[in-house]
Design a protein around this ligand. Structure first.
Ligand code: ADP
Length: 302
């Protein structure tokens, strides 16, 4: 203590004291040296603070943090197990329905054919929901192995994966100036795939043009995926990233309302953020950030 004070520095210490009633409290003492006009230390000033209430709050916060991450990982586990285990019974329901449709269609009355068609459509919808939920919980639970990843190559992979809908819609997918970033290649494919497939799905009357670019800003890469589709009203900008939030009925546009929640999770797991800018009828641009890597490490894994 004296060495610190005589060097002119503040000495800090914590101690546990006992009250007259036998209870304990924690105290923090700050002792500072005071110099005279000639700069010589002549006195000391000491301030003591009872920090017990502060520590109580801090400990309660730490305990609730532990509890929160425990229940969070239990929930993740539950979502994963539930969606994974639901796949199997659904598969057998679907294949029985397919058989029923194949063997009995036309042999029963028109109502029965209609019921079978509804049941088949319902089982397809459930399959899509379970697949997307499983994807979401995988993104949640997986350890993210960040490796230098060429985002232009990722876009080419997305082009191959979406070949069918690109051809069917006559879409043009353009990208330029895409960098190498530290990312999970698989998650980056999923992220771009969800954004590009939405850009194609929510197209206007003309063939969709989807443009993907990136610019460097303040140690981050800001990616953008732009379309000229139906657009989104500003009051829905936040809501669409939440689970199951859709702005249209299934009859208008197919979907589960999970795609953008997956995108958000992927971006957050890479230390970035995602948002949209749009106006109804004038297309949308989805932006997301990924921290840039120092240029010396800028070599892609072959
Ligand atoms: P899904 O596509 O399965 O409906 P998403 O989570 O991917 O679910 O998207 C949520 C909602 O956000 C969509 O239903 C749609 O209303 C809106 N949306 C997403 N992308 C676009 C886009 N490019 N243009 C217009 N609306 C979009």
């Amino acid at each position: 203590m004296w060495a610190t004070l005589l060097q002119g520095e503040i000495y800090r210490s914590r101690m546990i004291n006992k009250r007259k009633d036998g209870s304990f409290y924690e105290e923090e003492a700050n002792i500072a040296p005071i110099r005279n006009a000639a700069g010589k230390i002549t006195n000391f000033i000491s301030v003591k603070t009872n920090i017990t209430p502060l520590l109580d709050v801090q400990r309660a916060l730490e305990a609730s943090n532990v509890e929160l991450s425990r229940s969070n990982s239990e929930l993740q586990q539950f979502a994963y197990v539930a969606s994974h285990d639901l796949q199997e019974p659904l598969r057998s329901v679907s294949s029985c329905l397919q058989l029923l449709k194949k063997r009995c269609a036309g042999n029963l009355d028109a109502r029965a054919d209609e019921f079978i068609a509804h049941a088949v459509a319902g089982s397809h919808r459930m399959r899509d929901l379970i697949d997307d939920l499983l994807m979401l919980s995988r993104v949640d639970a997986a350890t993210v192995n960040l490796v230098p990843t060429d985002s232009a190559a990722v876009l080419e992979q997305v082009r191959a994966n979406l070949a069918h809908s690109i051809e069917e819609s006559g879409a043009r997918l353009i990208h330029e100036g895409l960098p190498i970033v530290n990312a999970s290649p698989r998650m980056l494919v999923q992220l771009f795939q969800n954004l590009v497939s939405n850009a194609i799905k929510f197209r206007g009357d003309s063939a969709p043009v989807v443009q993907v670019t990136a610019k460097s800003y303040g140690g981050q890469w800001i990616f953008s995926v732009t379309d000229q589709g139906i657009g989104i009203e500003p009051q829905h900008f936040d809501r669409i990233f939440r689970l199951f939030q859709r702005l249209h009925t299934r009859d208008e546009y197919a979907g589960t309302g999970i795609g953008l929640a997956i995108c958000q999770k992927i971006v957050e797991r890479h230390g970035g953020r995602i948002w949209v800018e749009s106006s109804s009828g004038h297309g949308s641009t989805f932006f997301f950030t990924i921290p840039a890597i120092p240029s010396s490490e800028n070599t892609p894994i072959p």
